[in-house]
Design a protein around this ligand. Structure first.
Ligand SMILES: *[C@@H]1O[C@H](CO)[C@@H](O)[C@H](O)[C@H]1NC(C)=O
Length: 428
Protein backbone atom coordinates (compact mmCIF):
# COMPACT_ATOMS: atom_id res chain seq x y z
CA UNK A 1 0.00 0.00 0.00
CA UNK A 2 2.78 2.42 0.89
CA UNK A 3 4.39 1.84 -2.47
CA UNK A 4 1.13 2.39 -4.29
CA UNK A 5 0.61 5.66 -2.47
CA UNK A 6 4.08 6.92 -3.34
CA UNK A 7 3.53 6.06 -6.96
CA UNK A 8 0.20 7.88 -6.97
CA UNK A 9 1.77 11.01 -5.51
CA UNK A 10 4.56 10.81 -8.03
CA UNK A 11 2.03 10.44 -10.81
CA UNK A 12 0.16 13.52 -9.68
CA UNK A 13 3.38 15.48 -9.41
CA UNK A 14 4.26 14.62 -12.98
CA UNK A 15 0.74 15.55 -13.99
CA UNK A 16 1.05 18.95 -12.31
CA UNK A 17 4.36 19.52 -14.00
CA UNK A 18 2.75 18.82 -17.34
CA UNK A 19 -0.11 21.19 -16.50
CA UNK A 20 2.31 23.96 -15.75
CA UNK A 21 4.37 23.53 -18.90
CA UNK A 22 1.50 23.19 -21.31
CA UNK A 23 -0.49 25.97 -19.72
CA UNK A 24 2.38 28.28 -20.59
CA UNK A 25 1.92 27.60 -24.25
CA UNK A 26 -1.78 28.30 -24.22
CA UNK A 27 -1.56 31.39 -22.04
CA UNK A 28 1.37 32.82 -23.97
CA UNK A 29 -0.30 32.42 -27.29
CA UNK A 30 -3.82 33.54 -26.81
CA UNK A 31 -4.30 34.47 -23.19
CA UNK A 32 -7.03 31.88 -23.21
CA UNK A 33 -8.76 30.73 -20.10
CA UNK A 34 -8.70 27.05 -20.90
CA UNK A 35 -5.72 25.40 -19.27
CA UNK A 36 -4.38 21.94 -19.41
CA UNK A 37 -5.72 20.07 -16.45
CA UNK A 38 -4.10 16.71 -16.86
CA UNK A 39 -2.55 14.43 -19.34
CA UNK A 40 -4.21 11.18 -20.14
CA UNK A 41 -2.22 8.10 -21.02
CA UNK A 42 -3.46 6.86 -24.37
CA UNK A 43 -5.85 4.23 -23.12
CA UNK A 44 -3.89 3.49 -19.94
CA UNK A 45 -5.49 5.95 -17.56
CA UNK A 46 -2.69 7.31 -15.42
CA UNK A 47 -0.40 4.51 -16.49
CA UNK A 48 1.89 6.78 -18.36
CA UNK A 49 2.17 9.27 -15.54
CA UNK A 50 3.12 6.50 -13.16
CA UNK A 51 5.70 5.04 -15.46
CA UNK A 52 7.29 8.32 -16.37
CA UNK A 53 7.42 9.36 -12.73
CA UNK A 54 8.66 6.05 -11.40
CA UNK A 55 11.04 4.85 -14.09
CA UNK A 56 12.14 7.30 -16.72
CA UNK A 57 11.99 10.78 -15.21
CA UNK A 58 14.59 11.37 -12.53
CA UNK A 59 13.14 12.49 -9.16
CA UNK A 60 15.07 15.72 -9.46
CA UNK A 61 15.57 16.55 -13.13
CA UNK A 62 18.99 17.53 -14.37
CA UNK A 63 19.14 21.35 -14.26
CA UNK A 64 21.31 23.60 -16.42
CA UNK A 65 22.02 27.24 -15.66
CA UNK A 66 21.23 30.31 -17.77
CA UNK A 67 24.05 32.32 -19.37
CA UNK A 68 23.31 35.81 -20.66
CA UNK A 69 25.14 36.79 -23.83
CA UNK A 70 27.52 39.56 -22.84
CA UNK A 71 27.95 42.20 -25.44
CA UNK A 72 24.89 41.09 -27.37
CA UNK A 73 23.29 44.49 -26.84
CA UNK A 74 26.18 46.16 -28.70
CA UNK A 75 25.21 44.08 -31.74
CA UNK A 76 21.55 45.00 -31.38
CA UNK A 77 20.65 41.53 -30.16
CA UNK A 78 18.17 42.12 -27.35
CA UNK A 79 14.86 40.81 -26.03
CA UNK A 80 11.66 42.80 -26.57
CA UNK A 81 12.46 44.94 -23.51
CA UNK A 82 16.11 45.58 -24.39
CA UNK A 83 17.64 43.02 -21.98
CA UNK A 84 20.30 40.59 -23.26
CA UNK A 85 19.29 37.18 -24.63
CA UNK A 86 20.45 33.95 -23.04
CA UNK A 87 21.05 30.25 -23.37
CA UNK A 88 21.63 27.11 -21.34
CA UNK A 89 24.61 24.94 -22.30
CA UNK A 90 25.69 21.55 -21.02
CA UNK A 91 29.05 20.52 -22.42
CA UNK A 92 29.47 17.31 -24.33
CA UNK A 93 31.97 14.61 -23.42
CA UNK A 94 33.64 11.51 -24.80
CA UNK A 95 32.50 10.65 -28.32
CA UNK A 96 30.06 13.59 -28.19
CA UNK A 97 32.60 16.27 -27.23
CA UNK A 98 32.67 17.68 -30.76
CA UNK A 99 28.97 17.42 -31.57
CA UNK A 100 26.37 20.13 -30.98
CA UNK A 101 22.60 20.03 -30.51
CA UNK A 102 20.85 23.40 -30.50
CA UNK A 103 17.28 23.54 -29.23
CA UNK A 104 15.45 26.79 -30.05
CA UNK A 105 12.91 27.53 -27.35
CA UNK A 106 9.27 28.06 -28.32
CA UNK A 107 6.42 30.01 -26.77
CA UNK A 108 4.02 31.49 -29.32
CA UNK A 109 4.36 34.87 -30.99
CA UNK A 110 3.34 38.46 -30.37
CA UNK A 111 1.47 40.12 -33.21
CA UNK A 112 0.36 43.48 -31.77
CA UNK A 113 2.05 46.32 -29.90
CA UNK A 114 -0.22 45.49 -26.99
CA UNK A 115 0.69 41.82 -26.64
CA UNK A 116 4.37 42.48 -27.36
CA UNK A 117 4.36 45.08 -24.58
CA UNK A 118 2.77 42.50 -22.30
CA UNK A 119 5.53 40.05 -23.17
CA UNK A 120 8.13 42.45 -21.80
CA UNK A 121 6.81 41.55 -18.35
CA UNK A 122 7.40 37.81 -18.93
CA UNK A 123 10.32 35.48 -19.63
CA UNK A 124 9.18 35.43 -23.27
CA UNK A 125 10.14 39.06 -23.69
CA UNK A 126 12.77 39.80 -21.07
CA UNK A 127 15.74 37.92 -19.62
CA UNK A 128 14.93 39.59 -16.30
CA UNK A 129 12.15 37.04 -15.91
CA UNK A 130 13.86 33.96 -17.34
CA UNK A 131 14.31 30.92 -15.12
CA UNK A 132 17.91 30.87 -13.85
CA UNK A 133 18.05 27.17 -14.64
CA UNK A 134 15.96 24.77 -16.71
CA UNK A 135 15.51 21.00 -16.64
CA UNK A 136 17.28 19.17 -19.47
CA UNK A 137 15.04 16.21 -20.32
CA UNK A 138 14.20 14.20 -23.42
CA UNK A 139 16.47 15.21 -26.30
CA UNK A 140 18.39 17.46 -23.88
CA UNK A 141 18.95 14.74 -21.26
CA UNK A 142 22.52 13.84 -20.27
CA UNK A 143 21.68 10.17 -19.68
CA UNK A 144 22.07 7.45 -22.31
CA UNK A 145 19.00 5.62 -20.97
CA UNK A 146 16.87 8.75 -21.59
CA UNK A 147 18.52 10.05 -24.75
CA UNK A 148 20.48 7.30 -26.50
CA UNK A 149 22.03 9.23 -29.40
CA UNK A 150 22.60 12.77 -28.16
CA UNK A 151 23.17 12.44 -24.39
CA UNK A 152 26.90 13.19 -24.54
CA UNK A 153 26.74 15.97 -27.17
CA UNK A 154 27.08 19.64 -26.31
CA UNK A 155 23.43 20.50 -25.77
CA UNK A 156 22.09 24.04 -25.85
CA UNK A 157 18.75 25.65 -25.27
CA UNK A 158 18.61 29.12 -26.81
CA UNK A 159 15.98 31.19 -25.01
CA UNK A 160 13.12 32.79 -26.93
CA UNK A 161 12.42 36.43 -26.07
CA UNK A 162 11.63 38.15 -29.38
CA UNK A 163 8.12 36.89 -30.15
CA UNK A 164 8.74 36.23 -33.88
CA UNK A 165 10.49 32.84 -34.03
CA UNK A 166 13.95 34.49 -34.01
CA UNK A 167 13.24 36.44 -37.24
CA UNK A 168 12.14 39.97 -36.32
CA UNK A 169 14.03 43.21 -36.96
CA UNK A 170 13.70 46.88 -36.10
CA UNK A 171 11.91 48.48 -33.17
CA UNK A 172 8.87 50.47 -32.12
CA UNK A 173 10.23 53.47 -30.30
CA UNK A 174 6.92 54.80 -29.01
CA UNK A 175 6.19 51.48 -27.28
CA UNK A 176 9.84 50.83 -26.28
CA UNK A 177 9.83 47.53 -28.13
CA UNK A 178 12.87 45.91 -29.70
CA UNK A 179 12.23 43.43 -32.52
CA UNK A 180 15.59 41.72 -32.74
CA UNK A 181 14.88 38.03 -33.27
CA UNK A 182 17.24 37.70 -36.22
CA UNK A 183 20.04 39.40 -34.26
CA UNK A 184 19.40 37.17 -31.25
CA UNK A 185 19.72 34.12 -33.49
CA UNK A 186 23.00 35.41 -34.93
CA UNK A 187 24.43 36.49 -31.56
CA UNK A 188 23.54 33.09 -30.11
CA UNK A 189 25.25 31.27 -32.94
CA UNK A 190 28.30 33.54 -32.75
CA UNK A 191 28.61 32.85 -29.02
CA UNK A 192 28.36 29.09 -29.53
CA UNK A 193 30.86 29.18 -32.40
CA UNK A 194 33.33 30.88 -30.05
CA UNK A 195 32.69 28.16 -27.46
CA UNK A 196 33.74 25.42 -29.90
CA UNK A 197 30.85 24.92 -32.29
CA UNK A 198 33.04 26.22 -35.11
CA UNK A 199 34.93 22.92 -34.86
CA UNK A 200 31.83 20.74 -34.69
CA UNK A 201 31.99 17.40 -36.46
CA UNK A 202 28.22 16.97 -36.15
CA UNK A 203 25.41 19.45 -35.47
CA UNK A 204 21.64 19.32 -35.21
CA UNK A 205 19.44 22.43 -35.08
CA UNK A 206 16.19 21.65 -33.33
CA UNK A 207 13.32 23.43 -31.65
CA UNK A 208 9.73 23.01 -30.60
CA UNK A 209 6.57 24.95 -31.50
CA UNK A 210 7.55 28.55 -32.34
CA UNK A 211 11.10 27.19 -31.96
CA UNK A 212 10.27 24.36 -34.37
CA UNK A 213 9.19 26.96 -36.89
CA UNK A 214 12.45 28.84 -36.19
CA UNK A 215 14.50 25.72 -36.92
CA UNK A 216 12.77 25.53 -40.33
CA UNK A 217 13.31 29.25 -40.99
CA UNK A 218 16.99 29.16 -39.97
CA UNK A 219 18.03 25.69 -41.11
CA UNK A 220 19.97 26.66 -44.21
CA UNK A 221 21.56 29.64 -42.41
CA UNK A 222 22.77 27.22 -39.73
CA UNK A 223 24.31 25.04 -42.44
CA UNK A 224 26.07 28.09 -43.90
CA UNK A 225 27.56 29.08 -40.55
CA UNK A 226 29.35 25.78 -40.09
CA UNK A 227 32.31 24.35 -42.01
CA UNK A 228 31.46 22.31 -45.11
CA UNK A 229 32.95 19.25 -43.39
CA UNK A 230 30.45 19.39 -40.50
CA UNK A 231 27.51 16.99 -40.72
CA UNK A 232 24.54 19.36 -40.31
CA UNK A 233 20.86 18.51 -40.11
CA UNK A 234 17.73 20.17 -38.67
CA UNK A 235 14.74 18.92 -36.71
CA UNK A 236 11.41 20.66 -36.29
CA UNK A 237 9.19 19.45 -33.44
CA UNK A 238 5.57 20.68 -33.68
CA UNK A 239 6.64 23.43 -36.06
CA UNK A 240 4.33 22.51 -38.95
CA UNK A 241 1.80 25.30 -38.44
CA UNK A 242 -0.68 25.12 -41.29
CA UNK A 243 -2.41 27.94 -43.11
CA UNK A 244 -5.73 26.25 -42.40
CA UNK A 245 -9.35 27.35 -42.33
CA UNK A 246 -10.79 27.46 -38.80
CA UNK A 247 -14.18 26.16 -37.64
CA UNK A 248 -15.93 29.41 -38.62
CA UNK A 249 -14.38 29.55 -42.10
CA UNK A 250 -11.80 32.21 -41.20
CA UNK A 251 -8.04 32.03 -41.04
CA UNK A 252 -7.12 32.65 -37.41
CA UNK A 253 -3.47 31.69 -37.71
CA UNK A 254 -2.89 33.57 -40.99
CA UNK A 255 -4.28 36.70 -39.31
CA UNK A 256 -1.96 36.21 -36.35
CA UNK A 257 1.07 35.59 -38.59
CA UNK A 258 0.25 38.62 -40.70
CA UNK A 259 0.43 40.72 -37.54
CA UNK A 260 3.76 39.18 -36.50
CA UNK A 261 5.32 39.55 -39.93
CA UNK A 262 4.22 43.19 -40.37
CA UNK A 263 4.84 44.42 -36.82
CA UNK A 264 8.24 42.79 -36.49
CA UNK A 265 9.53 43.44 -40.03
CA UNK A 266 10.05 39.75 -40.62
CA UNK A 267 10.02 39.91 -44.41
CA UNK A 268 13.68 40.76 -44.86
CA UNK A 269 14.71 37.67 -42.92
CA UNK A 270 12.54 35.19 -44.80
CA UNK A 271 13.98 33.03 -47.60
CA UNK A 272 14.12 35.01 -50.87
CA UNK A 273 13.24 31.82 -52.73
CA UNK A 274 9.78 32.18 -51.16
CA UNK A 275 9.31 35.95 -50.92
CA UNK A 276 10.16 36.26 -54.63
CA UNK A 277 6.85 34.65 -55.53
CA UNK A 278 4.63 34.68 -52.40
CA UNK A 279 3.55 37.33 -49.92
CA UNK A 280 5.65 37.51 -46.72
CA UNK A 281 2.92 36.07 -44.48
CA UNK A 282 2.71 32.96 -46.68
CA UNK A 283 6.49 32.66 -46.37
CA UNK A 284 6.17 32.40 -42.56
CA UNK A 285 4.16 29.19 -43.09
CA UNK A 286 6.40 26.11 -43.27
CA UNK A 287 4.21 24.47 -45.93
CA UNK A 288 5.64 27.04 -48.37
CA UNK A 289 9.24 26.50 -47.22
CA UNK A 290 10.06 22.93 -46.27
CA UNK A 291 10.34 21.46 -49.77
CA UNK A 292 12.99 24.06 -50.66
CA UNK A 293 15.28 23.64 -47.64
CA UNK A 294 18.63 22.37 -48.91
CA UNK A 295 19.86 20.97 -45.58
CA UNK A 296 18.51 17.57 -44.46
CA UNK A 297 15.48 18.15 -42.23
CA UNK A 298 13.25 16.01 -40.03
CA UNK A 299 9.63 16.97 -39.36
CA UNK A 300 8.15 15.58 -36.16
CA UNK A 301 4.51 16.60 -35.68
CA UNK A 302 1.27 15.30 -34.30
CA UNK A 303 -1.26 15.13 -37.16
CA UNK A 304 -3.84 16.66 -34.80
CA UNK A 305 -1.42 19.12 -33.19
CA UNK A 306 -3.01 20.08 -29.87
CA UNK A 307 -1.98 23.72 -30.06
CA UNK A 308 -3.35 24.14 -33.56
CA UNK A 309 -6.64 22.49 -32.59
CA UNK A 310 -6.96 24.82 -29.59
CA UNK A 311 -5.66 28.09 -30.94
CA UNK A 312 -5.79 27.98 -34.72
CA UNK A 313 -8.77 25.76 -35.63
CA UNK A 314 -11.26 26.30 -32.80
CA UNK A 315 -10.20 29.36 -30.76
CA UNK A 316 -12.94 31.28 -28.92
CA UNK A 317 -12.93 33.95 -31.64
CA UNK A 318 -13.94 31.33 -34.22
CA UNK A 319 -16.31 29.52 -31.86
CA UNK A 320 -18.07 32.27 -29.88
CA UNK A 321 -20.72 29.92 -28.47
CA UNK A 322 -18.16 27.38 -27.34
CA UNK A 323 -19.71 24.45 -29.16
CA UNK A 324 -16.22 23.04 -29.76
CA UNK A 325 -15.13 23.41 -26.13
CA UNK A 326 -15.68 19.81 -25.08
CA UNK A 327 -14.20 18.36 -28.25
CA UNK A 328 -11.13 20.55 -28.40
CA UNK A 329 -10.38 19.88 -24.73
CA UNK A 330 -10.70 16.12 -25.07
CA UNK A 331 -10.81 14.32 -28.41
CA UNK A 332 -12.92 11.55 -26.86
CA UNK A 333 -15.81 14.03 -26.63
CA UNK A 334 -15.84 14.89 -30.34
CA UNK A 335 -18.74 13.78 -32.50
CA UNK A 336 -18.35 12.36 -35.99
CA UNK A 337 -18.49 15.68 -37.83
CA UNK A 338 -15.85 17.16 -35.53
CA UNK A 339 -13.58 14.17 -36.08
CA UNK A 340 -14.14 14.59 -39.81
CA UNK A 341 -12.93 18.20 -39.49
CA UNK A 342 -9.74 16.96 -37.81
CA UNK A 343 -9.26 14.28 -40.47
CA UNK A 344 -9.38 17.01 -43.07
CA UNK A 345 -6.73 18.90 -41.11
CA UNK A 346 -4.57 15.76 -41.07
CA UNK A 347 -4.98 15.47 -44.84
CA UNK A 348 -3.77 19.07 -45.18
CA UNK A 349 -0.79 18.18 -43.00
CA UNK A 350 0.08 15.21 -45.20
CA UNK A 351 -0.30 17.33 -48.31
CA UNK A 352 1.96 19.99 -46.77
CA UNK A 353 4.79 17.45 -46.32
CA UNK A 354 4.35 15.52 -49.58
CA UNK A 355 7.01 17.24 -51.71
CA UNK A 356 9.32 17.49 -48.68
CA UNK A 357 8.97 13.77 -48.12
CA UNK A 358 9.95 12.94 -51.69
CA UNK A 359 13.53 13.98 -50.97
CA UNK A 360 15.69 11.12 -49.67
CA UNK A 361 17.65 13.38 -47.29
CA UNK A 362 14.57 14.29 -45.25
CA UNK A 363 12.83 12.44 -42.42
CA UNK A 364 9.28 12.38 -41.08
CA UNK A 365 7.36 11.22 -38.02
CA UNK A 366 3.71 12.32 -38.20
CA UNK A 367 1.83 10.48 -35.49
CA UNK A 368 -1.96 10.55 -35.18
CA UNK A 369 -2.05 12.09 -31.71
CA UNK A 370 -3.46 15.19 -30.00
CA UNK A 371 -0.04 16.29 -28.80
CA UNK A 372 2.31 19.26 -29.09
CA UNK A 373 6.10 19.07 -28.61
CA UNK A 374 7.38 15.54 -28.22
CA UNK A 375 11.20 15.90 -28.12
CA UNK A 376 11.84 17.58 -24.79
CA UNK A 377 9.37 15.60 -22.73
CA UNK A 378 10.94 12.41 -21.47
CA UNK A 379 7.68 10.43 -21.69
CA UNK A 380 7.24 11.12 -25.39
CA UNK A 381 10.91 11.19 -26.45
CA UNK A 382 12.19 7.95 -24.94
CA UNK A 383 10.47 5.91 -22.25
CA UNK A 384 9.00 2.44 -21.90
CA UNK A 385 5.59 3.50 -23.24
CA UNK A 386 6.52 6.34 -25.58
CA UNK A 387 4.50 6.93 -28.76
CA UNK A 388 5.33 4.60 -31.63
CA UNK A 389 4.69 4.39 -35.34
CA UNK A 390 4.96 0.73 -36.21
CA UNK A 391 7.39 -0.49 -33.57
CA UNK A 392 9.60 2.56 -33.47
CA UNK A 393 9.60 5.52 -31.11
CA UNK A 394 10.60 9.12 -31.65
CA UNK A 395 14.17 9.14 -30.27
CA UNK A 396 15.08 6.05 -32.27
CA UNK A 397 13.50 7.45 -35.45
CA UNK A 398 15.33 10.78 -35.18
CA UNK A 399 18.60 8.98 -34.40
CA UNK A 400 18.19 6.51 -37.29
CA UNK A 401 17.64 9.42 -39.67
CA UNK A 402 20.40 11.67 -38.28
CA UNK A 403 23.05 8.93 -38.39
CA UNK A 404 21.82 7.51 -41.72
CA UNK A 405 21.09 4.13 -40.17
CA UNK A 406 17.93 3.88 -42.28
CA UNK A 407 15.47 6.23 -44.02
CA UNK A 408 12.61 7.35 -41.76
CA UNK A 409 9.33 8.37 -43.43
CA UNK A 410 6.84 7.44 -40.74
CA UNK A 411 3.21 8.48 -41.24
CA UNK A 412 0.69 7.03 -38.84
CA UNK A 413 -2.68 5.57 -39.75
CA UNK A 414 -5.56 7.99 -39.04
CA UNK A 415 -7.21 8.49 -35.62
CA UNK A 416 -8.16 6.49 -33.63
CA UNK A 417 -5.84 3.67 -34.62
CA UNK A 418 -2.80 4.73 -32.55
CA UNK A 419 -2.99 3.43 -28.97
CA UNK A 420 0.49 4.71 -28.03
CA UNK A 421 -0.30 8.45 -28.02
CA UNK A 422 0.28 10.69 -25.02
CA UNK A 423 -2.62 12.97 -25.84
CA UNK A 424 -3.06 16.32 -24.17
CA UNK A 425 -6.39 16.86 -22.46
CA UNK A 426 -7.48 20.29 -21.26
CA UNK A 427 -9.67 21.50 -18.44
CA UNK A 428 -13.12 22.51 -19.63
C1 LIG B 1 -21.41 17.70 -33.77
O1 LIG B 1 -21.35 18.79 -32.86
C2 LIG B 1 -21.47 20.06 -33.47
C3 LIG B 1 -21.24 21.10 -32.38
O2 LIG B 1 -22.07 20.90 -31.27
C4 LIG B 1 -22.83 20.19 -34.17
O3 LIG B 1 -22.93 21.47 -34.77
C5 LIG B 1 -22.95 19.08 -35.20
O4 LIG B 1 -24.22 19.11 -35.79
C6 LIG B 1 -22.71 17.72 -34.54
N1 LIG B 1 -22.67 16.70 -35.58
C7 LIG B 1 -23.27 15.50 -35.41
C8 LIG B 1 -23.11 14.54 -36.56
O5 LIG B 1 -23.86 15.18 -34.41
Amino acid sequence: MMELKAVTVAAWLSVLLAVYRSEDVVVDLEGREGVLSYIEGGGHGYGYGVSSASSSAAPTPFMVGLTLIKGAADKGAVCLDGTPPGYHLHRGSGSGANSWLIQLEGGGWCNTVRNCVFRKTTRRGSSKYMEKELPFTGILSDKAEENPDFFNWNRVKLRYCDGASFTGSGQNEAAHLQFRGQQIWLAGMEELMSLGMKNAEQALLSGCSAGGLASILHCDEFRELLPATTKVKCLSDAGMFLDAVDVSGGRTLRNLYQGVVNLQNVKENLPASCTSHLDPTSCFFPQNLVANIKTPMFLLNAAYDAWQVQSSLAPPSADPHGIWNDCKANHELCNSSQIAFFQDFRNQMLEAVRAFSASGKNGLFINSCFAHCQTERQDTWFAADSPLIGNTGIAESVGDWYFDRRPVKAIDCAYPCDKTCHNLVFKR
